[in-house]
Structure formats: C-alpha cells, structure tokens
Design a protein around this ligand. Structure first.
Ligand code: NAP
Length: 251
C-alpha cells in the first residue's frame, strides 16, 4: 500500500519550492492534498499539475485567512490527517542592521504562521489522530551570518514543535520538524549573491565543501513523507536534519 494512502493533507506555501515538492510526492504516495499559497496562480498551477483535491489559499500572517483556508481544506477533504507548515520567508541582513518592521514580518510568517495554522487545525487533527510536519531549518540549530532573524524564527519553530508534541501526546497527535540545509529553490537563489559577497567564496564551492551538494526539494519531501506516515507512529517532538553533513562537521 502506498505510504500515505488516503491521508488528507494541507500544505502551506505549496505553490513553489519545497512545499510544491511535498504536495507532489505526498500525492504520488497516495495522499489527498489541498494546496495553499499566498500566490494564487502558483497554487493553481501546482494543483493542476499534481491532480490535487483542491486549493485553499492563505497568507499565513493573516489568522482569519488561515482559519478559513483550514476549514476549506477540511470541507474538501472530509477531515484532516496532516498539516504541513511549509510557508516561510528569508531575510538576508546583518542582524542588528535589520529593520524592526522586517523582523516583525519574518516572525509573522515563520513563527506566528505555523502557530495559527496549528491552532486552526488541532481539533481536526485530534479527531483523526493526525500529525503536523513543520518545515524548520538547520538555521534553527546553528547561527549563520546574514540570517540572524531567520535563525531566530527557525529555532522558535523547533521549540514550538517540541512543546506542541509533548502537550498533544495524550491526544495521539504527533508534531515533528524537518531541518534542511541549503536546497535548490528560489529562496536559496535569492540568498546566493549576498552569501558570495560576505564569504568571498563561490556559493557552489561553499555548498560542495559543507554539504556535498545542494539538497533537492524532493530530498526534503521524502523525510516529510516518512514523518507524516504511520511508519513514524512513535516519532514526535523530533527535528530531522537533512544537510549532507553540514551541521555534523567542525571544518
Ligand atoms: P520558496 O521557494 O520561496 O517558496 C515558498 C512558497 O511560500 C512560495 O510559493 C511563496 O510565495 C510562499 N509564501 C511566502 N510567504 C507566504 C505567506 N505569508 N503565506 C503563504 N505562503 C507564502 O521557499 P522554499 O525554499 O521552498 O522554502 C520553503 C520552506 O522551507 C520555508 O519555510 C523555508 O524557510 C524552509 N527551508 C528552505 C531551505 C532552502 O534551502 N530552500 C532550507 C531550509 C528550510 P511567493 O513566492 O509568492 O512569495
């Protein structure tokens, strides 16, 4: 039987990048997926390409939109087994030169977004004994120049994952996180010029030295699929690192 046969899944930010790969792989593994993004055109294109059950868009910074999108997904799917909190943004700036408005924005997307989505979904997940997969980052584990506020948000997401997992354990709901290194998406493309300027090292060389190769969105979708599946029934409160060994190495 396919790994995710019949699972009813809602993925935020799934019009592009890692979210799109998750929506695609989950569908290939038998899940019924509702796509969601701030970019309605991208969401529709993903949904059409993969044969999703439907689209329920939201900007994750808007709690009313998130609540409405989760309810729309529940209506389309007849319930909810898996929430994937994937939508996220980066800010490339020396930490203490970043504007407070920009800090508030990244926090609103990367931390408050998953928080309000979990709140909106939790009663449905309790009913199905479902689970949450939060897309965090190795930036939540180690510091990186230029990514100060991003690191702070991803560390917060890992901590929310832990606490939600423990609090939800009696209900049968599992909550886990995935922590990718650099993967081949538009987000990383946007970061490359600033990283090259700061390190004076070509990004390809940096990636080859630190993580062997750039991750693919599919690398991340594979681990998300495992965590979302019943094979991971004893896995909760965890954060899975996928980084080609970057965080394992001191040199
Ligand atoms: P991406 O290529 O920029 O795609 C993100 C998607 O989310 C885009 O479709 C984007 O729409 C959408 N989005 C942005 N803000 C949103 C909002 N407020 N509400 C709903 N959707 C929103 O990014 P990605 O690289 O796939 O990243 C996906 C997740 O993985 C993020 O949480 C990121 O932090 C995490 N991650 C990525 C990497 C990496 O190397 N790529 C590594 C570690 C963790 P627009 O394009 O219209 O803005």
């Amino acid at each position: 039987m396919p790994e995710l046969e019949g699972k009813r899944v809602f993925v935020t930010g799934s019009g592009a990048g890692i979210g799109k790969a998750i929506a695609t792989l989950f569908t290939q593994r038998g899940a019924r997926v509702v796509v969601s993004d701030i970019n309605a055109d991208a969401a529709k294109q993903t949904a059409d390409e993969i044969g999703a059950v439907g689209v329920a868009n939201c900007d994750v910074t808007d709690e009313a939109q998130v609540q409405a999108a989760v309810q729309q997904a529940v209506d389309l799917l007849g319930g909810l087994d898996v929430l994937v909190n994937n939508a996220g943004i980066e800010v490339s700036s020396p930490l203490l030169q970043q504007s407070t408005e920009s800090f508030d924005k990244i926090y609103a997307v990367n931390v408050r977004g998953p928080f309000v989505a979990m709140k909106a979904a939790i009663s449905h997940l309790i009913e199905s004994k479902g689970n949450v997969v939060n897309i965090a980052s190795i930036a939540g584990i180690g510091g990186s120049p230029l990514l100060g506020s991003y690191c702070a948000t991803k560390a917060a997401l890992i901590q929310m994952t832990r606490v939600a997992a423990v609090e939800m354990r009696p209900t049968g709901v599992r909550v886990n996180a995935v922590c990718p290194g650099f993967a081949d998406t538009a987000m990383v493309e946007r970061l490359v010029p600033d990283f090259e300027a700061a390190t004076q090292v070509p990004f390809g060389d940096l990636v080859a030295m630190k993580q062997g190769r750039l991750g693919t969105p599919e690398d991340i979708a594979e681990v998300a699929a495992f965590l979302a599946s019943d094979r991971a029934s004893w896995v909760t409160g965890s954060h899975y690192v996928l980084d080609g060994g970057l965080t394992a190495s001191l040199v």
